[in-house]
Design a protein. Structure first.
Length: 157
């Protein structure tokens, strides 16, 4: 086992998402579900993502290009780079690690310090599926297949 599966309390913690596409939207939904405050930096985020964050307490959308100094903000607890830009991967990973921040580089697991598993939420129980740093499609496929077989709550039929 290359990765330790853990759960992190991010309630009221700032999570920086760089990029505003569909992947950023999926990750933001998970983070919002656990009470995170999201700071999104993207010049043109998908409208549904920008709207969801605008309605969420403590979240902010910065519609501009990312600059590496954005990682120096002292309130950040987690960093996600969700763009497919080779330009930023190494720089974001190195700067985040200098600040001892967990960092997820979506298109380059080797630069990430954690994986971001797919989640099946059956509160109070959460099931996660991770492919240990591999490509995300199998990680999305398995919860889709499992979702109908996981009971809505412990002991439910």
């Amino acid at each position: 086992m290359a990765y330790l599966p853990i759960a992190i309390n991010l309630k009221e913690r700032v999570c920086l998402i760089i990029g505003g596409g569909r992947l950023a939207e999926r990750k933001a939904q998970v983070l919002l579900g656990c009470g995170s405050r999201i700071r999104l930096i993207a010049p043109d985020p998908v409208p549904t993502l920008a709207q969801a964050l605008a309605k969420s307490k403590g979240c902010e959308v910065l519609q501009r290009e990312f600059v590496i100094d954005d990682l120096d903000a002292p309130d950040i607890h987690l960093v996600l780079l969700t763009t497919e830009s080779e330009r930023w991967g190494l720089q974001v990973s190195e700067r985040a690690q200098q600040h001892r921040l967990p960092v997820y580089i979506a298109d380059n697991p080797a630069l990430s310090t954690f994986t971001f598993p797919e989640v099946i939420d059956r509160s109070p129980v959460q099931y996660t599926v991770s492919v240990a740093g591999g490509p995300p499609p199998p990680g999305r496929y398995i919860p889709g297949k499992m979702g109908g077989t996981v009971p809505p709550a412990p002991g439910a039929p």
